[in-house]
Design a protein around this ligand. Structure first.
Ligand SMILES: CC(C)(COP(=O)(O)OP(=O)(O)OC[C@H]1O[C@@H](n2cnc3c(N)ncnc32)[C@H](O)[C@@H]1OP(=O)(O)O)[C@@H](O)C(=O)NCCC(=O)NCCS
Length: 195
């Protein structure tokens, strides 16, 4: 897809902030019941690179477990696709603990994309969620949901009309998260090995 060309409206590049706080009640479905994490969501900065890198490797490992013939954990010093300090049309948002600003609990990378100039396609501005990952040990506490809501708010400020993402087969936690937020499938990727 092509890159967005217009600039966002002035004053909308501020940190997205969202908090979740109420203690969780009742039993979780297939995950361990946890107290809700209370987090602040803000754009990543250069000093966050170690946390971004740590979370990137967790996402890579999760994908490698699901699709080992597609994905693998990259070498520790490999440059990452999502870095702090992105331009006006892409961002990396971090969820940090309100109790300790140095504790980063998750990230979401999101990018606004416009339809390519193709007369057969309806022009539309969409936001693509490139990755979301929550720190191992802090999952099931509402951090992922808060990050997705912050990513949506960021995209709305840039006048994106919808959120789009890819979820790989058998990623039950991610599928459940997206379903609770109202995401619905629009395509299926098929494959067949060549023997
Ligand atoms: C997917 C992921 C980001 C979810 O983050 P999270 O903070 O654990 O999710 P939340 O606690 O906000 O859960 C939100 C909802 O998703 C569902 N959900 C989350 N994890 C679940 C699980 N393991 N099993 C069933 N449902 C789950 C629940 O419906 C939950 O709602 P509830 O709290 O009211 O029960 C996290 O599991 C993760 O980092 N996975 C590894 C990386 C990855 O696969 N990323 C997605 C790439 S497409």
């Amino acid at each position: 897809m092509g890159k967005a060309t217009a600039r966002p409206r002035a004053g909308i590049a501020k940190a997205s902030a969202a908090k979740v706080g109420a203690p969780k009640t009742g039993a979780a479905k297939t995950k361990t019941a946890k107290t809700r994490a209370t987090v602040l969501v803000r754009p990543a900065r250069d000093v966050d690179l170690p946390a971004v890198t740590r979370l990137r490797h967790q996402a890579e490992r999760a994908h490698a477990r699901l699709m080992p013939d597609y994905f693998r954990d990259s070498p520790p010093d490999a440059p990452g696709a999502w870095q702090p300090g992105q331009g006006p049309w892409s961002t990396v948002l971090l969820a940090e603990s309100v109790h300790d600003a140095r504790t980063v609990l998750g990230l979401v990378a999101v990018r606004v994309v416009v339809t390519p100039r193709d007369p057969a396609m309806v022009p539309r501005r969409r936001a693509h969620v490139e990755v979301i990952v929550v720190e191992e040990g802090h999952r099931g506490a509402g951090v992922g949901r808060t990050l997705m809501q912050a990513a949506t708010a960021w995209a709305r400020e840039r006048e994106a009309e919808e959120m789009v993402l890819t979820v790989w087969a058998d990623n039950a936690a991610a599928e459940a998260l997206y379903a609770t937020l109202g995401y619905q499938p629009i395509a299926r990727i098929l494959r067949r090995k060549i023997d």
